[in-house]
Design a protein around this ligand. Structure first.
Ligand code: B1M
Length: 232
């Protein structure tokens, strides 16, 4: 029997909890949305709490995806597919998590800066953050400083993320951070920046807390800063 045929015939509900969790990690890795939705529903039907499904089956699987993306084993298209599969599970869990009051790992606002319409990398970061258990408010593209500030005021996130893909738009990050300083709110937020033309030196120069080379690093960095914030 071919592997595809095996996958088609596999009855997820016949698996034990451990086997199903393991299978869901594989299905996330392979970007299989329907199977992730089905596995999520089965685990909930067996009495698993939504946050356990999220952490053990989904976030656990996305961690593997993140590590392989960082190590150059997986590439952008595969990670986007995995993130979409994750979304299929999250769609089922989100209202239940809200009901049970389970706290997200942290909250992040992210947007591509004014003048810039590139959003593939930003979307990937947003999806990977969601995959890691963060609540993410995505402001989209071409964000002026007022839009960022209004979102900080409204959502009170832990993290502000900014993306820029053009050498002409990346200086706008400094406009946002300088305005935050003027308003005395800079230190209320962890500011993370990313995008192909940036580097660590640029991140330091504009006054960000960190530059993130890619989406996997954005997850690691966000978790590190949140842990430090909570510890303080
Ligand atoms: Co444009 N574009 N583009 N483009 N485009 C680039 C960026 C360019 C390098 C191509 C080139 O000339 N070689 C060049 C910029 C040159 C420069 O600034 N020096 C360029 C240009 C010039 C332009 C236009 C000006 C072209 C024109 O109209 N004459 C125009 C600009 C429009 C505007 O923004 N105002 C333009 C338009 C477009 C399209 C609309 C056609 C399309 C965008 C579609 C979309 O995003 N929905 C597009 C594309 C696709 C690209 C390239 C080919 C690919 C970008 C991409 O999606 N990469 C790009 C060339 C390239 O990079 N090879 C190019 C994949 C993505 C996953 O990677 O975005 O780097 P990336 O994200 C990574 C990391 O950078 C990081 O994590 C991500 C995932 O690992 N990251 C973050 C990103 N944001 C983060 C935020 C964080 C953390 C990490 O916050 C915490």
């Amino acid at each position: 029997m071919s592997e595809d045929q095996f996958e088609e015939d596999l009855d997820l509900s016949s698996l034990s909890d451990d086997e199903l969790t393991e299978q869901m990690h594989d299905d996330l890795y392979d970007g299989m949305e329907d199977e992730i939705a089905e596995g999520t529903t089965i685990l909930l039907g067996r009495g698993w709490m939504p946050d356990r499904v999220l952490n053990d089956a989904l976030v656990g699987g996305m961690n593997i995806v993140g590590v392989d993306f960082r190590d150059g084993i997986l590439f952008v298209p595969e990670v986007l597919m995995a993130a979409n599969a994750m979304k299929a599970g999250m769609k089922i869990l989100r209202p239940l998590l809200a009901e049970t009051g389970a706290l997200p790992v942290g909250k992040a606002v992210i947007g591509t800066v004014k003048g810039d319409i590139h959003d593939i990398g930003k979307n990937l970061v947003a999806m990977m953050w969601e995959g890691a258990g963060f609540e993410v408010i995505d402001l989209g593209i071409n964000c002026p400083v007022d839009k960022y500030l209004a979102a900080l005021e409204e959502h009170k996130p832990d993290i502000l993320g900014m993306s820029a893909l053009l050498t002409t738009t990346m200086p706008y990050m400094k406009v946002v951070i300088d305005t935050m300083k003027e308003q005395g709110i800079r230190d209320d937020f962890i500011v993370l920046v990313g995008g192909a033309p940036l580097n660590e030196e640029f991140g330091d120069a504009v006054g960000a807390d960190a530059y993130c080379r890619d989406a996997a690093v954005a997850v690691e960095t966000a978790k590190k800063f949140i842990a430090a914030k909570r510890a303080a």
